[in-house]
Design a protein around this ligand. Sequence first.
Ligand SMILES: NC(=O)c1ccc[n+]([C@@H]2O[C@H](COP(=O)([O-])OP(=O)(O)OC[C@H]3O[C@@H](n4cnc5c(N)ncnc54)[C@H](OP(=O)(O)O)[C@@H]3O)[C@@H](O)[C@H]2O)c1
Length: 254
Amino acid sequence: MSESGKWQGQRILVTGASADSAIGLSICRELADLGAALVLLGRRRDALEQTRDTIAHPERHTVEVMDLAELDAIPARIKAIAAETALNGLVHSASFQGYSPLSRINAEQFDRYFHVNVAAPLMLAKGLRQKGVSAAGASMVLIGSVAGLRGQKARSLYAASKAALVSLTQSLALELADKPIRVNCLAPAVVQGPKADEQFQLLAEAQRQALLQAHPLGLVRPLDIAKACAFLLGPDSAWITGATLPVDGGYLAG
Ligand SMILES: NC(=O)c1ccc[n+]([C@@H]2O[C@H](COP(=O)([O-])OP(=O)(O)OC[C@H]3O[C@@H](n4cnc5c(N)ncnc54)[C@H](OP(=O)(O)O)[C@@H]3O)[C@@H](O)[C@H]2O)c1
């Protein structure tokens, strides 16, 4: 991928940018290849610095260590990040993932899923709408999941949080249209990488085969998400807002 003029100087904040997130890393790699300057946000400095040092033009990118569960701190932090240069885009890829069979659900678990997966992007949007924080034509991309569009056994909390993200995308798109800030959501199915490996280890052989067969084109590649994310962030999608785009290898077609 070569740098493109339309990405030069574009400043994009990516949450969940740690090097051990296959999706976060791939999004950062793609945007850096295009020429963007990134703000890499997560809780572990070393994992963020690893991303910065792996992608193109490390000197253009900055690292922001923050726990997004500290919801009330988010808008002020976003304002501070944008104090010198406004943001052209924001990707919320950080999430709390896992299985939550009914037998194990409790209030603390509910908070863990909904704080990072739903309330944090809401507060990020609140941060972005402040005066001087977003550049003209800014775009926000929320990473959801097909679990938000189709039920998944033993994943009710994760699925409900990602379904809430679909709804949040629509309402935020309406509320931020006059800025104008666009808001869209990507809904991946199972993506190749450490999280998928963990998931497959929990399953019996028959379940593994069924999950593989549920992806007619095969498991999603991290680059598929990164390309779709760049499309939704960039000017080629200028008239798309409030949409949820599955990137799922045909998972939802079946
Ligand atoms: N992997 C898949 O198959 C798949 C499928 C569908 C959708 N998705 C979605 O795609 C996105 C990326 O998934 P992933 O599996 O690559 O990564 P992930 O492990 O779900 O999360 C990415 C990063 O988010 C950061 N994070 C978590 N809680 C945080 C908090 N409270 N504050 C700040 N950062 C926090 C973590 O980094 P730190 O520990 O450094 O903070 C983590 O490495 C997620 O939204 C996920 O739901 C993934």
